[in-house]
Design a protein around this ligand. Structure first.
Ligand SMILES: *Cc1c(COP(=O)(O)O)cnc(C)c1O
Length: 459
């Protein structure tokens, strides 16, 4: 048996790739202000910026687009999506949104009051933005080890630290905590999963205190795969059974369809509480559209319903996680510092250890992402001090412990050979790391600054 699962699909349509020369790439990154988000996609050879909306849809999903019912209200594709989500996730009510942050906006607006606290297992950029924008304060309750990139021995590094959660309840009182946000998997910790056991305990503690459990379900299928692989008692459960059990401990979720629904756009909010659902339906009309399309075309809802069915296929998800692991092992074997263990959607380079000659204030992860692009045309993303932003009260920079470059693998898009090329480039830079210079701002946006911020090399 091969160690890594080969592709459980074959290629039916291809998109040719362009490769620029190194001189052209040097020019491009300067023009982009050393921000890989500001590169044109035509300037990129292998795009590992994100796994969000970059998925390759199946022939079945593409066929589904043709039966899009573009009625303003009551589209049949909505009912298909609603039934599929209810069947797989088990929640009572489903509100479609244009993508995950649309659902976050609805949830935060209907649940959070000024001065509330929202515990979560590490922040996510848009999630925290919507919580704070509604007067909430995010409190990180993930286990300490999640912030330690060397702890490859821990299988469920996304777990909630129950003592931290309990401490917050004691300090501010349960009335100030409308819900705990549990991300499965935890993107910013490196795509790390949460165990079923932890979810059960979190749910028990939350519900005893009248606090709701809301999942960030974005990568729930990847999380389910890790539970099947590593948690005792789940070896023989199907991915679908695990997903359903996981959500049975919660009261709702936000979902970005652009990840584990294997589509290019879409999202939804799930709720069990009828009153909250009524509020969400009133609000979705203002921000997204009718509750039966939520900012999506009928065909997009069809693709999302079909994608979700495909995502819970064991062979699909095994291959996905194995691709990530394959790239991680190649880098690790060459001594490159990566976050361990590798998670579900990406390999994260530890930029502080990679570039020991730069201080965090010189934006090592930003500089490393730019250097990888110049070396090979591979686009990656900063997940460190630039992404962490400034404290909303003091205006001071957050200095996150993890200063990372994310190499995100899109679903069903690249082959193992592409990943060999990526590994070769990163290893080449690792061997020549001292030539990489720090960066300084030339333009710092006020919010979500990693999207549009600009830099230049320090002398
Ligand atoms: C992508 C993502 C979101 C937001 O979803 P969008 O579809 O990009 O709006 C929320 N949480 C996590 C963990 C994500 O990865």
């Amino acid at each position: 048996m091969l160690k890594f699962m080969p592709e459980p699909f074959k290629i039916k349509a291809v998109e040719p790739l362009k490769i620029l020369s190194k001189e052209e790439r040097e020019k491009a990154i300067k023009r982009a202000g050393y921000n890989t988000f500001l590169l044109k996609s035509d300037e990129v050879y292998i795009d590992l910026l994100t796994d969000s909306g970059t998925n390759a849809m199946s022939d079945n999903q593409w066929a589904g687009l043709m039966i899009g019912d573009e009625a303003y209200a009551g589209s049949r594709n909505f009912y298909h999506l609603e039934n599929t989500v209810k069947d797989i996730f088990g929640f009572k009510y489903v509100v479609p949104t244009h993508q995950g942050r649309g659902a976050e906006n609805l949830l935060s607006t209907i649940c959070i009051k000024e001065g509330d606290y929202i515990p979560g297992n590490m922040y996510f950029t848009t999630t925290r933005y919507h919580q704070e924008n509604n007067g909430g304060n995010f409190v990180d309750v993930i286990i300490d080890e999640a912030h330690d990139s060397t702890r490859g021995d821990i299988k469920f590094k996304g777990n909630v630290d129950l003592a931290k959660f309990q401490k917050l309840i004691n300090e501010v009182g349960p009335d100030k905590i409308p819900y705990i946000c549990v991300a499965v998997t935890v993107n910013l910790a490196g795509g790390q999963p949460v165990s079923m056991e932890n979810i059960k305990e979190v749910s028990k503690l939350a519900h005893e205190n009248g606090i709701k459990v809301m999942f960030d379900a974005t990568r729930c299928v990847e999380n389910a795969y890790f539970i099947k692989e590593n948690e005792r008692g789940y070896e023989d459960h199907s991915i679908k059974e695990i997903v359903k059990e996981l959500f049975s401990y919660g009261d709702g979720c936000t979902m970005s369809g652009k990840k584990d629904c294997i589509t290019n756009i879409g999202g939804f909010l799930c709720l069990n509480d009828e009153e909250l659902f009524e509020k969400a339906k009133e609000l979705v009309v203002v921000y997204e559209g009718m509750p039966s399309y939520g900012g999506l075309a009928g065909r997009d809802m069809e693709a999302m319903a079909r994608g979700l069915e495909e995502a819970i296929d064991y062979h699909y998800i095994k291959h996905r996680v194995h691709q990530v692991r394959y790239l991680g092992e190649k880098l690790e074997n060459a001594g490159v510092p990566i976050v361990k263990p590798t998670g579900g959607h990406a390999v994260f380079l530890d930029a502080k250890a990679f570039l020991p000659h730069l201080s965090q204030g010189e934006f090592p992860a930003q500089a490393l992402a730019a250097a990888i692009y110049v070396d090979s045309g591979v686009r990656t993303m900063e997940r460190g001090i630039v992404s962490a932003g400034r404290d909303k009260h003091t205006g001071k920079n957050h200095y996150p412990k993890l200063e990372l470059v994310r190499l995100t693998i899109p679903r069903r898009v690249y082959t193992y050979t592409h990943l060999d090329y990526v590994a070769e480039s990163v290893i080449h830079i690792w061997k020549n790391k001292y030539s990489i210079k720090g960066l300084q701002w030339t333009y710092e946006p006020k919010m979500l600054r990693f999207f549009t911020g600009r830099f230049e090399e320090k002398e």
